[in-house]
Design a binder for this molecule. Sequence first.
Ligand code: 4AD
Ligand code: MG
Length: 432
Amino acid sequence: MEQIQIIDSKNHVGETVKIGAWVANKRSSGKIAFLQLRDGTAYFQGIVVKSEVPEEVFQLAKGLNQETAVLITGEVREDTRSKFGYEIGITEIEVVGESHEYPITPKEHGTDFLMDHRHLWLRSSRQHAVMQVRNEIIRATYEFFNTNGFVKIDPPILTGSAPEGTTELFHTNYFDEEAYLSQSGQLYMEAAAMAFGKVFSFGPTFRAEKSKTRRHLIEFWMIEPEMAFMHQEDSLEVQEKYVAFLVQNVLDNCDYALDVLERDKELLKKYTQLPFPRISYDDAVELLKKNGFDDIEWGDDFGSPHETFIANSFEQPVFILNYPKAIKPFYMKPHPTRDDVVICADMIAPEGYGEIIGGSERATDYEFLLEQIRQHGLDEKEYSWYLDLRKYGSVPHSGFGLGLERTVTWLSGIEHVRESIPFPRLLNRLYP
Ligand code: 4AD
Ligand code: MG
């Protein structure tokens, strides 16, 4: 008999199949036992009817504990009443792994308890749905960049450079040298762009941020495209096309997960319409001031209430352009006519999810960059290779970084970024 995954049910209706699964929940009457099962691909119902199976199978079904692993045999049937659409009429059950006193019961649990049991919490249906959305964003990312002429390049994780400032570095020993865990692969991606034209990276990044917010992780994954012979405007077009593509693919391929998450799909559809609005930093500050934010002055970075207010003034993700030079990293291209701002943009997600992309055009002038490196207190020896890129065929180039977990959080419509990654690293959490 064929062993299948429940997700392939439509090809097996009317057949008797075997499925490896876990018991998520159950209820039974004197005559019938309903098992809520999950096999990793989906959640489904198995039905055991007392009059149709040997008595010991019915008794076994009635006594199964939560999270017992079983091999079930039964007929695949369409089930128009359930969201999933198929069920199994069970005829045999084999227990593969027992389970006693599973800690996560169907009752409510506090967040700390769930986070301590993250290795088990991942099995629950909402967490499962979020990871499906995450997987789709990862898949669609590769599709987007592969079909648009980008080459995947992997920057190092152990590094001596600090593109995003020196305050949030994870220090480690590299034999006799000091090294950091990468905050961003960008500088290496700039080198790669000069070798391959259009490149993207997709890897883990680390920030020892003392922030305990619903948007900050210590370890998170970033997608960092970098493009030679491209100015900021060209880069913004790539960014909005990429984000709209992610939203469209999540809509197309995660319908069931979005239902589990009760995500508003009509709202998501709006985010596929291009172009996305653009507002300058200057105008954003004005907008905030006009609307009663007296805690913001030109020159300040936006906090999350500011970003949320700006985002709520638009229907789609919005680009905020050209921030003050003083609050941005050393590598950004200076503005051609103003010395107080740089050529950069952040993309702010709707609905209060905050910044999902940070990007800029890069400075191309050797002397300018050297001066910036010095002014930012960086060790110029560590950046000698980076400066080389401005000595040998320097060209206009732009790039950006999209935070995977912020994007997953937004598209899933969940409260907190900690649920968007399988095993989150947070300010006070390294376990499990
Ligand atoms: O804005 P950031 O710091 O930009 C860079 O690192 C650039 N070097 C990227 C580039 O141009 N190649 O980070 C980019 C994105 C943010 O917009 C956000 O989505 C995410 O990374 N991010 C975080 N996500 C979760 N937790 C954190 N602590 C994050 N910090 C940044
Ligand atoms: Mg940023």
